[in-house]
Each structure stands twice: as C-alpha cells, then as structure tokens.
Design a protein. Structure first.
Length: 140
C-alpha cells in the first residue's frame, strides 16, 4: 500500500474523562452497576455539591464547602451578593481542579427569598463553556 493512499479519519467515539457516582447510588437496569455522572455532568454535580455543603459538614474534611447558607440569612444587599460570588469563586478554585472558572453572577429575588447563582466555567480539555444555574433558598 502506498503512503499516499492512507486515509485518516477523525475519532467518532467520545472518550469519557471524568466519572462520579450519583448521590443516590442508583443501579443501572442494563449493566447492574452503579450509575455515574460523566464528563461535564460530573463536574456540574461536583460544583453544586461543593456550594451546597457547609464547612465542617463533612467528616475529616472540615474546610470543604462553600458555607453559603450562613450568608442567606443576612440582609441581601449588593455587598452580600458580592461576598456570595467571591465565596463561590474561592470554593471552586480551591476544591474543583477539573473546572476553569469564567464568571460567577449572583442575583437576588427578595420577594421569593432566594438567590440565583449563575456559574460559567470550562471543563479542562473541553472547549465549550458550561453554564450552571443554582437557586439558593433560606430554610429553617
């Protein structure tokens, strides 16, 4: 076979880079294995878990978490929203190495007692930006 006749084709199968177990430890009916989040979904779920976890909540990892719930009971002012944004940025940069943060936007809806957080990030080795929307509500 001559060298000029070789044809190179792009890979059509996507290679899974990141995998995380689902929180409810659901079993797949097809393979009888635990179901997993893959790639972008795995990183999204990890960021969501980090933000919703308070510091000291996880055994043997007292510094893990965003500690955002404590700020939800403060008066929601522009300064509080900036603190929430900064805390989320710090948490993601410290504890999620798979994500490259682009932007964090926190907005409040005073009538519904909630804070909406929009996180835009890249997953390492993926070119498209990913958006994650989280709604934080005060609970007692």
């Amino acid at each position: 076979m001559a060298i000029g006749q070789l044809a190179f084709t792009p890979l059509t199968k996507k290679i899974t880079i990141y995998q995380d177990f689902k929180k409810n430890l659901e079993i797949s009916p097809v393979s009888a294995d635990l179901t997993v989040w893959k790639d972008e979904d795995a990183v999204k779920e990890s960021i969501k878990n980090l933000i919703l976890t308070d510091r000291g909540e996880r055994l043997m990892q007292p510094n893990l978490g965003g500690n955002i719930r404590a700020m939800l009971f403060e008066n929601i002012t522009p300064a509080t929203l900036l603190l929430i944004q900064d805390q989320i940025r710090t948490t993601i940069n410290l504890h999620e190495p798979r994500a490259e943060l682009i932007d964090v936007i926190a907005t409040s809806n005073i009538d519904d007692n909630m804070v909406s957080v929009k996180i835009v990030f890249y997953v390492r080795n993926v070119q498209q930006p990913i958006t994650l929307d989280i709604f934080l509500e005060r609970t007692r």
